[in-house]
Design a protein around this ligand. Sequence first.
Ligand code: FPP
Length: 228
Amino acid sequence: MPKHVAIIMDGNGRWAKKRLLPRIIGHTNGVKTVKNIVELSRKLNIRVLTLYAFSTENWTRPEEEVKGLMSLLKKYLKNELENMKNNNISFKILGDISKFSQDIQNEINNAIEQTKTNNGLIFNLALNYGSRQEILRAFKILIEKNITNPSIQDISNALYTAGLPDPDLLIRTSGEIRISNFLLWQLAYTEIYITDVLWPDFSEEEFYKAIINFQKRDRRFGGIKEDK
Ligand code: FPP
C-alpha cells in the first residue's frame, strides 16, 4: 500500500461542460469525490492523503468561479469537521491561507485545532499552494534560522510537509501530463499515475485501479535490483 497518496484533482470544468452545465456544478460534484476518496483512504489505512484544491495560480480564474470555490470550501469544512473528528482524521493545510477571507481562515484553523491529536489518516488540503512558493518560503525559514549550510533534511523540514513521508503515488485526473507547481521537491521518487477520468467521475474503482497500478511498479529509487 502507498503510505502517502497525492492527487491533482483536475477536470471539474470539462465534466460540467460535457453536460452543458456551469463550471461550478463540476466543482460541486468534485467535492463529492473528495469526500469519497478521503473516506476510502481512511478505510485502506493510507497514512497521508494530499489533495490539490486551490493553487496560487487559481486566483486568476473569473471572480465568480473563485467565489464559488470559496463557498464550496467553507461548506465542506463546516460539514466535514464532525466526520473528521469521529474518524480520527488529522486535517492539515499546505499553502498560505492568509489570502483567504477571515471566516474561511477561522474554519480552517478550527478544523486543524480540533483534529490535531487525531492519529489516523493525515489529510492535507493544498490551498493557495504553489511548490516554488513553498520552496522559497523554506529558503527564508533557513536564512532566518541562520542555517547557512543546509542539508536535504533541513530543506524538507522547512516545507509545509515537514515530518511527513514523501508521496509514493501521485494521481492526476483528466489526462493532463504535467506537475503544475505541485510538490516539486517531495515528488523526487514518486510514481506517477495519469488517468483520463475526470475528477467528478473518479470513483472507488478508479482509485483501486491507481493503487493496483502502483503496486506493479518496480521502485528502485535510482538504484538497481539485487537480482539484476
Ligand atoms: C480542477 O478542475 C479543479 C480545481 C481547480 C479545484 C479542485 C476543487 C475541488 C475538487 C472542489 C473544491 C474542493 C474542496 C475540498 C472544497 P478544473 O476547473 O481545472 O477543470 P478543467 O481543467 O476541466 O477546466
